[in-house]
Design a protein. Structure first.
Length: 126
């Protein structure tokens, strides 16, 4: 499990075509990808399971907790992205609600675009 961030501070100012915005690049893939938006309500959970393909969970609203194969939860929030390899066991849950974009593809190379997050907050939740 790796943690990345795509916050505004990680982005680049775009002015081409008379534009004025910040773009935080996330991913590029040459192979097909499944992209979806996941909505977890209060006390929602994506149960512990193996990733069917390399997977990127991009938190766009709210906060929650993720765990990988180790039995420790790490807090995630808006602006965080979590990467799991194919077959890696993982779980996502929230107490207050969370919205995330999920990208699954045999070819994900997040590290080319997003910086690794320097520190994750670990929590001993049960």
């Amino acid at each position: 499990m790796e943690f990345y961030e795509f916050s505004k501070d990680c982005g680049k100012k775009i002015s081409k075509f008379n534009s004025d915005f910040i773009m935080s690049r996330i991913i590029q893939t040459d192979k097909s990808a499944h992209i979806g938006c996941m909505y977890l309500d209060k006390n929602g959970i994506v149960g512990y399971h193996q990733a069917v393909a390399p997977q990127l969970l991009i938190i766009v609203h709210g906060e929650g907790y993720v765990k990988g194969e180790k039995d420790e939860y790490c807090k995630v929030q808006t602006g965080d992205a979590v990467y799991w390899e194919k077959d890696e066991w993982h779980e996502t849950k929230t107490n207050t609600g969370l919205t995330a974009i999920v990208i699954e593809s045999e070819e994900l190379t997040s590290s080319l675009f997003m910086p690794l997050k320097k520190q994750m907050i670990k929590d001993n939740l049960s």
